[in-house]
Design a protein around this ligand. Structure first.
Ligand SMILES: [Zn+2]
Length: 203
């Protein structure tokens, strides 16, 4: 198991550094989790740690109930959603959550993010849904609504929590982070397109 924890942490760190360097996540917000091997365990960001400071000793290892298995770091409160996704989707390897500005701003429109670019159309099969959750974190009460949406639409690999941030999934944290970047890039281009139409230079 030791090797599996190490692999999960290395994947976490690579994704966290990438998200921090690219500006997908500033400050100490956001969250990443990685399933440890194919077990009911996850490596998850400890509370209050910045993505940029990620290191093996800033990552908590917990079971899917959030019980700490290794070390004494407190996992973030956003763990509820992550655990539920691992329980529901046995194949799922990682979840990346970022407070990325263009996607969050787009979420206030209440519209899904359309696949406006060729690249987005190539990589995603449906518009990125915006899910309205009124609390700062996803709670147990919201899970049935979110899991139903994902169960009924297997093409959805990423979604945006309204006024909060992107949640992207993948086989690894690095792949999930790249998907989150694509969501943010797409939202950014949607805004530029909207501005262009508003000032009349795009018809
Ligand atoms: Zn968040």
């Amino acid at each position: 198991m030791k090797g599996e924890i190490e692999n999960a942490k290395n994947d976490f760190i690579a994704a966290a550094k990438r998200a921090h360097t690219s500006g997908m996540q500033t400050g100490n917000g956001g969250n990443i989790s990685v399933r440890v091997g194919n077990q009911e365990l996850m490596a998850v960001k400890a509370s209050g740690v910045s993505f940029g400071e990620s290191a093996t000793d800033t990552i908590a290892v917990t079971d899917l109930d959030g019980k700490i298995i290794e070390g004494n770091l407190k996992p973030t409160r956003e763990i509820v959603l992550h655990s539920a996704l691992y329980r529901e989707f046995a194949h799922l390897g990682a979840v990346v959550h970022t407070h990325s500005p263009y996607s969050i701003a787009w979420s206030f429109t209440g519209r899904d993010i359309p696949l406006i670019t060729k690249h987005a159309q190539l990589k995603m099969t449906c518009p990125v849904p915006v899910i309205d959750v009124e609390t700062p974190e996803v709670t147990k009460d919201h899970l049935p609504m979110i899991l139903d949406l994902l169960r009924n639409n297997p093409g959805i690999q990423a979604f945006v929590l309204k006024g909060h941030g992107i949640v992207a999934t993948g086989n690894s944290a690095v792949l999930a982070e790249q998907l989150a970047e694509l969501v943010e890039e797409t939202a950014k281009i949607c805004w530029l397109d909207a501005i262009g139409r508003n000032i009349g230079i795009i018809k």
